[in-house]
Write a protein that binds this ligand. Structure first.
Ligand SMILES: [Fe+2]
Ligand SMILES: [Fe+2]
Length: 141
């Protein structure tokens, strides 16, 4: 089971909630592969991919709202992950009959979450944190 260390938290509720949900879904997929129910990959993985796309859209809207200067670059990064998700879906569709594909799927999913999703987001962590604090102060007494 994969866990998220506190250094990977964004200190932004809506993004942390999504990242934890992604982690939960990936752990579920790893569990069905390890528990010899890899047939369920064919359903759980498309659900994960749909959720990841929703997360990217939510995150892009938030970055635009707070005026993050590199929002375009991060949107392009997300679009590059769309292609990676295609290969993840392909692996998931054959994982039931192919233990090697199941094994590869597990490592791809962990890399996808930790490196592509969470590590890349750390680029804007402090910017979003500062903006949250500013808006917290301005709405204060
Ligand atoms: Fe994210
Ligand atoms: Fe992101």
């Amino acid at each position: 089971m994969v866990e998220l260390s506190p250094s990977f938290e964004m200190e932004c509720e809506v993004l942390d909630r999504d990242h934890k949900q992604l982690l939960r879904r990936i752990n579920d997929i790893i569990a069905v592969i390890d528990g010899e129910h890899s047939d369920e990959c064919a359903k759980l993985t498309p659900d994960l991919v749909n959720f990841a796309k929703q997360h990217f859209a939510r995150e892009e809207a938030l970055l635009t709202k707070v005026g993050y200067p590199d929002v375009k670059k991060h949107v392009e990064h997300h679009r590059a992950l769309d292609r990676k998700m295609e290969s993840i879906l392909n692996l998931a569709s054959v994982a039931d009959d192919n233990p090697l594909a199941g094994k590869k799927l597990k490592s791809e999913l962990v890399f996808f979450l930790m490196d592509d999703i969470i590590n890349a987001d750390l680029d804007f962590k402090s910017f979003v944190e500062d903006k949250q604090q500013e808006s917290g102060n301005s709405s204060g007494p």
